[in-house]
Design a protein around this ligand. Sequence first.
Ligand code: ADP
Length: 530
Amino acid sequence: MLAKFGQIGSKRRLGSILVLLVILPAVFFSVYEFSTLSASEELIAEVYRQQLDVVLFSLNQYSWDVANSWANAIDEILSPNPTTEKERASLLASFLRDNAAIQGLFIAYEGSHSPRIYGPALGSAQPPRLSPAEISAALANESALISRLRELKATGYRKIDPIFITEADGTRSLALVFISGGEEGKPHVIGMVLDAERFVTENLARKMDEAAGDNFLLSVNRKNFGDVVYATGDMGRVEDRQTKDLWLFADHSVAIRMKGTTVEDVVRSRFYRNLALIGLLSIVLIAGVWVVYRTVRREVELAQLKADFVSNVSHEIKTPLALIRMVGETLQMKRVTSEKKKQDYYDTIVQESERLTRLINNILSFSRMEAGKKDYHLQPTDVHELVTGVLKHYQTHLEHEGFTVQTDLDRRVPRILADHGAVSEAIVNIIDNAVKYSRQERFLRVSTGVGGSSVFVDIEDHGIGIEQDQQTKIFEKFYRVSTGLTHDTKGTGLGLTLVRHIMDAHHGSVTVRSVVGKGSTFRLSFPTHT
Ligand code: ADP
């Protein structure tokens, strides 16, 4: 019992070690994969960020360059050269025509209350209709910025800055303001009111196409509305992009993503591929572990069965030997006077030595079988004759054991190709088991017949029966049922192994039908040879 517990414990330990050996590396690898995935994604995000910074820098720079060139042109027009106001207005009008992204201009003279407005969209019926009051209010709002621009201008640096002018209905217009003049007269604030969308599509688009190149996609979006003003191509899913604000058009942002399959897609698909591979590998490993576990478990069981076998065989030999010796000595000392008693003693000696012979024959047969040296000489054999012969030989033994023997033998069964001795050995082993594993109801029925294309020999007993899950195991070498009523019956666990081997050699089979407590029927099936 203790040994059994030890065995179960060690089997469990072995199982857990093997499972750990597989599961741990798989878990480690999966965790590693997850961490590299996020690392790769961070790396990609970093690449995007850097690329976006470069693109953004060049777009912003370009916007400033455009704004600067406009400011230069306006400076030029406002310089004292064109003397008349009319001339100046016509120059400004043509400048505005050439640069459609500028909706209009305003000039706020120092000291003057109301700025002067130029341009078709300003003060006209076209929206936005910025009024001088709205412009003044915006400039007053940004007075700090304006004075800073003035200071810078005084040092010789003309800086351009964006401001927003809010209209009565709440819409905001973007104006780039700078300080002009001042050489003669007072410096004044110039504002270029921009149509941001037009600037993007007409001025920035070319630059964006250039910056995007073959690998990236770029778009400028309105931040508040989320719509695209211009895109170099289909930007795809929002998650695949990175965005940053434009300096000049603060209410617009630039988005970037990879063209075609994104690096994320590649990384993600590689990740899922790896994960699938790990899964597959784990399944293969688990299957391998299972096979190893089963093999090792079988070996452990076999070792245990072999150990049991030695003790069983010693017992099996000792019992009849002791009986023979005791009966022999009694006879030797001439203590038995009655002839009937003497006869009983002689019978015991014969039966016990027969039992010993059977046991030793079984062991020898088994060792020959294991060494692959058990030979079979198959020749046409009359099954009826063979079975009746065996039964006749065992009749006294069975009667002595208190058995009722019933036969149902079909004389007409065709001859089979068989090794007479081996088949007798198989039948004897099964009968022997019927004797060993029967209790009160000692009944044996042997029948023969033809079923399909085979000849069968059925041996039925009303013994203890065999549990369903044990019914295949009993044919394994050394295997003995260790539960239920078999406990107290000694045996070697070789009998049915030999039967199976013999039947295999005859290209036949041995099967069992059994109900615990009711009995068992073993069937030997032989192919018919016509
Ligand atoms: P042994 O009888 O020496 O133990 P066998 O190989 O002949 O070895 O049988 C294997 C096991 O099958 C037995 O230990 C027993 O538990 C079970 N068995 C065999 N025949 C019978 C039977 N007729 N009734 C019940 N159990 C049986």
